[in-house]
Design a protein. Sequence first.
Length: 202
Amino acid sequence: MSDAIKDLRTKTEELKGQIRNLKHLIVPEEEGKQLQIQLSKLQENISECDQQIRNAESNLKTHIVDNNRLQEISKVVECAKEILSTDFVDSFNEAAKKLDNAKEKIACYEKEIEQLTQLINRHQKALECWQEKSKLDQRQHDDEKQKLHQIIISKTKERDVSAAKTDNFKVEVLAVEASIKDQQDIQSYVQENIAILMKGYK
């Protein structure tokens, strides 16, 4: 655009030079009238060129302002992308950490449940063995039987508590996984629609 302005200015200067040359000519009256007409036309051409120059300069300034604003908006967009990316990574890492912790606890409780189940089975087998030993003193037999019953009840309760905790952690895992998926969906949406979301800054 600056080259076009230079060309218009050059053309204007040439027209003004022609006017100066025409004004210095000494000619008969009839030719003078014709020259006056030419001068008027040249003046009109000069006015048009001046107007075109002003318009071109105005357009150039507008273009520069628009370009500067576009650069500012681009910086805002890049900054927004960086912030969103950082927040997402932090949130994702935190969710992943919670998920790993929950899975570790589930594994521990499942192992504990397995151990308790094995212990209960051993005591049940021992109880069956005691019941088969009819030669033992009945009182001793009853005492041992009662102890085994208490152990079985206690360990069964422990197993039930561990099972309940395991179920709770499984629910937590599902919630964390859903949260991670939601965060991934939001991140994808923001990245795909960042230009639309930033229209409000223009």
